[in-house]
Structures are given as C-alpha cells and as structure tokens.
Design a protein around this ligand. Structure first.
Ligand SMILES: Nc1ncnc2c1ncn2[C@@H]1O[C@H](COP(=O)(O)OP(=O)(O)OP(=O)(O)O)[C@@H](O)[C@H]1O
Ligand SMILES: [Mg+2]
Length: 391
C-alpha cells in the first residue's frame, strides 16, 4: 500500500502531476485511486471527464478518481459532535447559526478530507492512493493535525471537552449541556480514526510527500518551507518535481532570456532540495490536460520507473531540543574541503558555498522554536551541517 501526497504552491501543477502519476501507477498494474480535496472540480478538468464525484469513479483499467466534498464528509463524520458543540454555545445565548460558525475549527474541512482517505484505506481496495492537496502553505499542518487533535482530544475527553472548557471559562456559573452517549461515542471513533491516519502518514514505507515547484523563486521558497515542516512533523519527502521548464535555445530573445533564468532556478532548486531526487518536467506546448497528454507527461517524468517506488527515505533536516538549546542537522551538497559561510537572517539561515562559477546560496527556513534563540555554533561533519541554537 502506498500513499503519495502532492503539495506545492498554487498553480505549480499538483493536480496534473498527481493525475500523471496515477495513470502511470495504473499502467504499472497497481490498483490506484487519485483523490483531490480541492473545492473546485479540478480532477474533472485535468482528466477532461465529467461527473467525478465523491465515490471512486473508474477512469481507466486499474485507475479510479474521487473528488472529496468536504461538506458531505463533515456531515458524515462530525455531525453529532458539531451539533453538540453548537448546543453549548447556544445554551450561552449565542445565536444558533453563529454557534455553528464558531464550532467550526480552522482546518476542519481539510481534516475531514483526510478522514476520507482513512475510510478508503480501510476498505483495502486500492494498492496506491495519490492525494492532490489543495494549494496552501499550511497543507503540512493539516497532515499533522490528526496526531495533534488525537493527543489533545484524549486528554480532554475529546473535542467537545475542549469547547465546554472554553465556554466555562467565559461563564463560570452556568452549566453546559452534558454530552450524550452518542456524542462521546462519535468522539472516540473519530479519535481512533485520526490516530490510525496519523500513523499511516508518518510511516515512510507507506506515505511520502512529493513537492511540486516551478523554476521560480516564489514556488521554490514555498516548497522549502513544506520540506522543513515535513521533517519537523516526521513525514517523509521522497521527490521534488520541477515543472513547466521552458526549453533552451529559442531563437527569440524573449523566450531565450526566460529559459536562461529558469536554468539558474533549476540549479538553485536542486541544491535547495538536496538530497532529494529531482524530476524535471518541461512546459508542454499547450495546456497539460486529458488522459492521453497526462499519460505522455507521466512517461516523460518516470520513464521505466515505477512511480510507486519510494525515491528517498531519510531526514534531510533533523532537530533535537535539549534544555535551552536546539540542535539542527542539515544535509548539504558540499564537504569540509569547500569554502562556505553561514549567516542567519530572522527566520532563515543562509548558507553560501564558493564553487568554480561563483557562490551557491542555500536558504533554509528555520523552525519557529528558534525564535528567541541565537545561532552559537555551526560545524560541518561529512555532508552534514550541525547547527546549535541557544536561548
Ligand atoms: N508541464 C506543463 N506544461 C503545460 N501546462 C502545464 C504544465 N503543468 C501544469 N500545466 C497547466 O498549468 C495549470 C495549473 O496546473 P494544475 O491545476 O495542475 O496546478 P495546481 O498546482 O493543481 O493548481 P491549484 O493550486 O490551483 O490546485 C493547468 O492549466 C495545467 O494544465
Ligand atoms: Mg490543483
């Protein structure tokens, strides 16, 4: 069983590359489901096929597609709890419509989209699931959410507990409605499922994230944050895809300039995503969509390789906290012999390495735990940079 998750900045090509991957997986005889949690009908657009709904629809032999409807999922999984939480607020005199609005925690829709994956996995029908995450810098946080909600929830006897606690804080003398058996039952069920999901997502033999970027600064920065967050959350990243690369050698100066610029960005991405394997995907001569074109794109991307392969397992970034220090270990594409320089600017670490053609700059986003800490030591051991932060 494999769960492959595509993430990246908006418009970089997550949906089309998810589809290309799914088509190639099916071609390699894996029974595959491609899932999108985007509110728009993106899978239908990419595959140029109507009525892809919230039950798996057969697209090709071995290939199914499903578009998650967060509202349906939420009603199915969270209805009982949601009405209870809303009832706590309305008992305090808050208008019922508003009570429902407040009871919706941020990230809830994404969370329930993930639960759909757990539901599909439990059926054991599919060998591979490809998940096309909605564009958001926060996508990773949602992947970690199951663990977070699971562990907090159990301590406080559930989500309802969190909310009754909150309302009690505001009106200490009034009584909140007691949760019914069915509320507690749905809560425990929900927590069990979240726990299972969180285990699957953090199992590197099953799940991996793939970063999709374009050859531009903005999408590379965005994906780098996701890369560091994934390491923090203990989720394996196995591949980076640089999509929409223009071909070199155009006789037109305008296109030639762009292609040259993109080449430098491709090199930058390669050093920034080190040690991840990289796939380069060209900008096709028309909009990438439709099963035939997506398959051709998949063949260019994976060649004879099976896309289910785990292209990399490892920790590109590791973090360890002790007393008032944080030790960060980063894999770098250079060794002691090279001339390098490290500097910290706010929440970023800049590593400059001198090579024959000039300087190669690698910028690493720092985890929030380093706020209020000072960089005190940096040491290179083999291809690993050890950085020590102190409060
Ligand atoms: N390599 C490519 N060549 C040509 N067109 C491409 C390529 N990759 C993506 N596109 C086109 O770019 C557009 C955006 O692609 P896609 O919808 O897959 O991005 P996305 O990351 O899923 O976007 P969103 O963040 O909105 O979900 C689509 O029109 C798609 O056909
Ligand atoms: Mg998309």
């Amino acid at each position: 069983m494999r769960l492959i998750i595509y993430t990246g900045k908006g418009g970089t090509g997550k949906t089309v590359n998810s589809c290309s991957t799914a088509i190639m997986l099916a071609y390699n005889k894996h029974k595959t489901l491609v899932i999108s949690a985007d509110p728009a009908h993106t899978l239908s657009d990419a595959l140029m096929m109507s009525d892809i709904g919230h039950e798996p629809k057969e697209i090709l032999s071995n290939l199914y597609a499903l578009q998650i409807d967060p509202v349906t999922e939420m009603n199915k999984q969270y209805g009982t709890i949601l009405s209870y939480i809303a009832s706590i607020f309305s008992a305090k005199g808050i208008d019922e419509t508003l009570a429902y609005e407040i009871a919706m925690l941020p990230g809830m829709t994404q969370l329930f989209s993930l639960l759909k994956i757990e539901e599909v996995m439990r059926t054991k029908i599919f060998d591979c699931i490809v998940l096309d995450m909605p564009a958001s810098g926060e996508a990773l946080r949602y992947l970690y959410f199951p663990k977070l909600v699971g562990s907090i929830g159990r301590k406080l006897t559930g989500l309802a507990g969190i909310f009754s606690g909150v309302t009690r804080m505001f009106q200490p003398l009034s009584k909140a409605p007691t949760p019914s058996r069915s509320v507690l039952q749905s809560e425990l069920e929900l927590l069990d499922r979240l726990e299972l999901l969180s285990e699957v997502i953090r199992n590197p033999d099953i799940a991996s994230i793939r970063l999709v970027v374009n050859p531009d600064t903005f999408s590379i920065e965005n994906a780098k944050r996701a890369f560091v967050s994934a390491s923090l959350y203990g989720i394996n990243v196995d591949l980076a895809i640089i999509n929409k690369i223009m071909p070199l050698g155009s006789p037109d100066q305008y296109y030639a300039n762009w292609a040259d610029f993109q080449r430098t960005k491709v090199e930058e991405a390669k050093s920034n995503f080190y040690p991840l394997p990289i796939k380069e995907v060209k900008l096709h001569n028309s909009e990438l969509c439709g099963v035939e074109m997506l398959q051709m794109n998949g063949e260019l991307m994976f060649g004879k390789e099976d896309p289910a392969k785990i292209f990399y397992i490892g920790k590109a970034f590791a973090f360890k906290t002790e007393d008032s220090t944080l030790r960060m270990t980063v894999k770098v594409p250079f060794t002691e012999k090279d001339d390098f320089d490290i500097e910290r600017y706010g929440d970023q670490l800049t590593i400059k390495v001198k090579n024959p053609v000039g300087y190669l700059v690698n910028i690493i986003p720092l985890p929030s735990a380093t706020i209020g800490m000072k960089l005190v030591k940096a040491k290179l051991l083999g291809d690993e940079l050890n950085i020590l932060f102190e409060k």
